[in-house]
Every structure is written in structure tokens, then in C-alpha cells.
Design a binder for this molecule. Structure first.
Ligand SMILES: Nc1ncnc2c1ncn2[C@@H]1O[C@H](COP(=O)(O)OP(=O)(O)OP(=O)(O)O)[C@@H](O)[C@H]1O
Length: 579
């Protein structure tokens, strides 16, 4: 409940759960500083702050009333949405148009920004525009058929050709569609170009994703003919941390990165602020390859730039980079337009079978009927409303894990951990991770606060000393030396003494957010009721694509439909044509 001196419209929106305390606080503070009294302006300011808090770079005033999902716990009310926002035009708080001098907020073509985010979006636009205006890099594609010998249509071959022939490119696709396979061969193609070998940087937004990228590129290095000493790091580390400043880096427009090729994996998790810093730090004549899955959950911070780049209007005048490959690649109209922006989507997953692939595609494209039909009849797929069957599955998994861990079989315990996962949308409440963690611990007779063989662990902060990253999972195992935490490595198993672990939590269940970047043989997805604002297409797609062979959804048909039909709308100017 709202605890500030909000009155009138702000109070109504706060009580309905649309605005949080911080949104109202900033609006009231700015109104005092700017001597602004219009309730419409104050509401707009609070909504702009709310937008950033919930991941949008700006507020689209024309659609905001429809895009706000009220708090499910708040009583339903008819909110007094203004029909006319023209008070913003005369407000001392708002700069109107792109050219107006600085004010805390900026209104451009019906989009209201906190000015800082407008500046960052402009920077991204400028950097991309500058690169699009340059002559594309010369490239010799002779090696391409040898690197991608498959029959046409071959999206991977096209993606590599596009990335080699442009300064900025985007390779997208779901798990296991061969994004890293393609990147490894792209790097080989670039190394084969005349002149000195390119200086290559591999990066990802999290330590865990960077470690995975490095592991998977190195696994192919010898076969493809890449240097065996390639390393990957976080984007923050690549740009160079500065102890004195959290949002500025050692490398920027005045001190560009020394690389010729910069590959950023999992770039759907890069928010606007970081993307702006990255773009200004990469030399305009270095190839920047953004790799990721824009259909997954987007970053917690504001801005989903990868998704914006994928859905940006086509650059009508841009030349087709490789006409003969494009003809062979089986592209539809939308994909052809995306290709002109340097975007190629890989489609065929080698990690999951056709039925999970079909379900993922139905969810991704918003086909709720098909998603429900597949879930109720597809091989390896199921949908059940009650949690009774769920309790049995979860209990069985926990018991198997405990018995392998008690027998000291770390490999078997880790395999079981990767065999099945319970994924929840919520952290708290009867559909949430904490409830299920407690429930399973109770069934197992665990004593709270004590370690147990078979206790699944989630690393909650990067721990460089133990080579563990936020989001890694492991399991407590009884060894000859006592209890140890077992973590899977590319080259075997690491057994870490429990006393050396700093930030871990018990994880019988994981949030879908936390599961990003991991895959399991089977997943059980626990959906909240249809009214939950967390129930979105991105959430369901991310959850479903964590599984290799089986997906069991616990929830109502209505909840599945609500998820498929509700797409996270993140307002952003990058999706609009340049005016
Ligand atoms: N064209 C191909 N021919 C043979 N094997 C392939 C091909 N493309 C991908 N693979 C194999 O499929 C698996 C998944 O590929 P890869 O790891 O590159 O996918 P990804 O899209 O990067 O996955 P993720 O999103 O999980 O990182 C790997 O084992 C890879 O070697």
C-alpha cells in the first residue's frame, strides 16, 4: 500500500498496484523542482519511471492504458486514464521533440522518455546508422561450402555469410539451433581472409554464459581450425570495469576496444545501457556479431535491444548481402526484411525433438490453440491442472537424487539433476519456488540449516575462486572426505568443500528466469492462474525450451492460453522507423 503523500490520480494508480512507491516519489519530487501541478503530467512522469522499472525504455502514451496489467492482488477498478496528454507539451519538465534542450523527460512522437534513456537510445541509433552507412567489409566466401557442407537451404551458411559481410549482424535461434556452431565457423572464415589474423573477442552478459561460450567454442576449435587459446569474458570485463564508476567503462568512444571481431552471446540479456556502452566502445570497422534468442525472457533492466534489432523496420535501401545464398535459404517475407538489417534466424534445433520444437514454435508465434492441442496430445508433452501428479514426480526425483548422492556417486547425482527440473513462474506463494523448496525438504525430512546429501544447490553470486557463476547448479554429495558440493565441468566433476561455498541456495525448484541458459532432459512447468501478470509468452517459451525430451505443464488450459496471448510489450523507439 502506498505510504507517501500522493493524492488524486497518482494515489488511485498506486492503490490499484500500477504505480510503486518509487514511481510516485520521483514524480512528486520532480513536480516540486519544476513547479509542475498538472495531474496528467505527474501521472505521465510516474508512468515513465514505472516503465523503466518494468523494463521499458519509454512509455507509449497511445497504448499505455492497454499495456498495463493491474496487480492481481489489488481490487479491480476503472482507472481514470487521461484521454488527452497535451499538458505534457507545455510542461517545464518535458523537452518536446528530438532537438529540444535538456529537461528531465523527453516526448518524441508520442513516446515519453526519462531523458537518460532517450540519450542512450539515440546513441544506439547513431552507432548503428554510422555502421550501416560505411562500405561493408570485403569478404572472400570461398571457404564457406567447406565449412557448411550441408544441403540447401542452410540458414547457418547464410548467417555466417551475412555476419562476415557486415559490420553489425544478429544471429538468432532457440537452444541448440547451432548458433555457436555457426560462430565457430564464421571465425574460421574470417581468419582465412587475406591480411593479419583478426583479433577476436568473445563475450556474454553473465559469467555463466561467458564460461559456456568459451567451453563450447573451444570444444570445436581443433576440428574447425581455431586458436586453442580463445577465451570469453563478461561484457563488463571486456569493456573494463572502473572502480570509480558503475556505468562507465575504460573502453568507450575515446578509447575503443582493440578487436576486429566482437561476438556477444546471449545478447537478449543485454539491456539498453550496456548495449549503448558496448556499441560506442567497439570500433565502427570491427565486426560486431550479436547472438541470442530474442523470444526468451528479456533483461531485468530497461531495454531489450536484441529484440528491437530483430523487429526493427527493414532498411529498404540496404543491398542484399549475398543474393545467391539468400535464394537458397528459404526465407519468408518478414525474414527477408530482417536479412536486410543483418538478422538471420536459425530454426532447426538439434537439442530437442520435433514435438518440443513444434510447441516452442506455437508459443513463439502466439498460436494458443495449437499450443494447447500439442500439450494435450504431443509425444513427450502433457498438461494437467492439479498438483497431485506433480508432487509424485518431484518427490521421486528428490529421492533418486538423494540415494545417488548418499552413495557418493557424484556423476550419477549430477546426471539426475540434469534429468528433471521443476520450474516456477513465481518466487513466492503456492505456485512459487520457495513453497516447493520447503515442501520437498519437508518430504525428505531435511533439517533446515543443515547440509544433506542430494541437496540441489543454486549458486547466487559469481565465485571466481571456485570457478562458479551466478546461476550454476550443483548437488551435495557424500564422499570419502565428507560432504562436498559437486558441479559438472566440461572435463568432469569438481568437488568443492562446503565451507568454501559463499553464496548458494537450495534449489529443488528454479524460477524460469534462473533456468535461462540451462537445459534439462525433462521439465515440469508450474503455471500460476491465468490472471498472474508474470504469465507471458516469453516465460512459457523460455520454460518449454529448457527441455530436451519431455515437458509437463501444470496449470489450466486458460493459463496456457493467457501465457501465449500475452506478449511482454517493451516500449522502445528503436522499433519505429527513423523520422
Ligand atoms: N550444421 C551442423 N552439423 C552438425 N552438428 C551441428 C550443426 N549445427 C549444430 N550442431 C550441433 O548441435 C548442437 C547444438 O549446437 P550449438 O551449441 O551450436 O547450438 P546453440 O544454438 O549455440 O545452442 P545454445 O542456445 O544452447 O547455446 C551441438 O552439439 C552442435 O555441435
Amino acid at each position: 500500500m502506498i505510504g507517501v503523500r500522493a493524492t488524486g490520480v497518482l494515489r488511485e494508480f498506486a492503490e490499484a498496484g500500477v504505480l510503486a512507491l518509487a514511481d510516485v516519489h520521483v514524480a512528486l519530487r520532480l513536480s516540486r523542482l519544476g513547479a509542475e501541478t498538472s495531474e496528467t503530467v505527474l501521472l505521465a512522469v510516474a508512468l515513465a519511471v514505472r516503465g523503466v522499472r518494468t523494463g521499458s525504455v519509454c512509455v507509449d502514451l497511445a497504448t499505455v492504458a492497454d499495456s498495463v496489467v493491474p496487480d492481481e492482488d489489488a481490487p479491480p477498478v476503472d482507472l481514470p486514464w487521461p484521454v488527452d496528454w497535451s499538458a505534457l507539451q507545455d510542461s517545464p519538465l518535458v523537452a518536446v521533440g528530438a532537438a529540444a534542450p535538456w529537461r528531465p523527460l523527453r516526448l518524441v512522437d508520442g513516446l515519453l522518455y526519462l531523458d537518460r534513456y532517450w540519450q542512450q537510445e539515440q546513441l544506439v541509433r547513431r552507432e548503428l546508422g554510422q555502421r550501416a552507412a560505411l562500405l561493408p567489409p570485403p569478404v572472400d566466401l570461398t571457404l564457406l561450402p567447406e565449412l557448411f557442407p550441408g544441403p540447401a537451404p542452410d540458414r547457418q551458411r547464410l548467417a555466417a555469410a551475412v555476419a562476415a559481410g557486415r559490420w553489425v549482424s544478429v544471429i538468432t535461434g532457440g537452444p541448440g539451433t547451432g548458433k555457436t556452431h555457426t560462430v565457430a565457423r564464421l571465425l574460421r572464415l574470417l581468419m582465412a581472409q587475406p591480411g593479419p589474423p583478426p583479433r577476436i573477442a568473445l563475450a556474454a552478459p553473465t559469467g555463466k554464459a561467458a564460461a559456456r561460450l568459451q567451453e563450447s567454442v573451444l570444444a570445436q576449435a581443433a576440428e574447425v581450425g581455431l586458436p586453442l587459446d580463445l577465451t570469453a569474458c563478461t561484457v563488463h570485463r571486456l569493456l573494463g570495469w572502473r572502480p570509480d564508476n558503475r556505468s562507465r567503462f575504460r573502453h568507450d568512444a575515446g578509447n575503443r576496444l582493440p578487436f576486429d571481431v566482437v561476438v556477444v552471446d546471449e545478447s537478449s540479456m543485454v539491456p539498453l545501457t550496456l548495449m549503448a556502452r558496448l556499441l560506442e566502445a567497439v570500433r565502427p570497422t570491427a565486426r560486431l556479431v550479436l547472438v541470442g534468442d530474442p523470444d526468451q525472457l528479456t533483461p531485468v533492466e530497461a531495454g531489450a535491444v536484441l529484440s528491437d534489432l530483430v523487429h526493427r523496420p527493414g532498411a529498404a535501401a540496404a543491398p542484399d548481402p549475398s543474393p545467391e545464398l539468400d535464394r537458397d535459404a528459404d526465407l519468408d517475407e518478414v525474414e527477408r526484411a530482417q536479412l536486410r538489417n543483418g538478422v538471420v534466424r536459425l530454426r532447426v534445433s538439434r537439442r530437442y525433438g520435433a514435438s518440443i520444437g513444434g510447441l516452442a514454435e506455437a508459443v513463439r508465434t502466439g498460436d494458443a490453440d495449437l499450443a494447447v492441442t500439442l500439450l494435450t496430445g504431443g509425444a513427450g508433452l502433457s498438461l494437467a491442472a492439479g498438483t497431485d501428479a506433480l508432487a509424485g514426480t518431484v518427490r521421486r526425483s528428490a529421492e533418486q537424487l538423494r540415494s545417488a548422492a548418499t552413495a557418493g556417486d557424484a556423476k550419477a547425482a549430477l546426471a539426475l539433476l540434469g534429468g528433471h527440473r521443476l520450474l516456477c513462474a513465481h518466487r513466492h506463494g503456492p505456485h512459487g519456488v520457495s513453497y516447493w523448496n520447503e515442501q520437498v525438504s519437508r518430504w525428505s525430512g531435511d533439517v533446515p540449516g543443515e547440509w544433506h546429501p542430494g541437496q540441489p544447490l543454486l549458486v547466487t553470486a559469481n565465485d571466481y575462486e571456485n570457478r562458479l557463476f551466478n546461476g550454476d547448479t550443483g548437488v551435495v554429495v557424500d564422499t570419502a572426505d565428507g560432504l562436498r558440493a559437486a558441479f559438472a565441468r566440461a572435463d568432469g566433476v569438481d568437488l568443492v568443500p562446503l565451507s568454501r561455498l559463499s553464496s548458494v541456495a537450495t534449489a529443488h525448484a528454479l524460477t524460469v528466469h534462473r533456468s535461462q541458459g540451462s537445459q534439462y532432459e525433462a521439465v515440469t512447468v508450474l503455471l500460476p492462474p491465468a490472471g498472474s501478470p508474470l504469465l507471458t509468452r516469453e516465460l512459457l517459451y523460455t520454460a518449454v525450451t529448457r527441455a530436451r525430451t519431455r515437458v509437463h505443464v501444470v496449470g489450466s488450459e486458460d493459463a496456457v492460453r493467457a501465457a501465449v496471448e500475452r506478449q511482454v510489450v517493451r516500449a522502445s523507439g528503436l522499433r519505429r522507423p527513423v523520422t
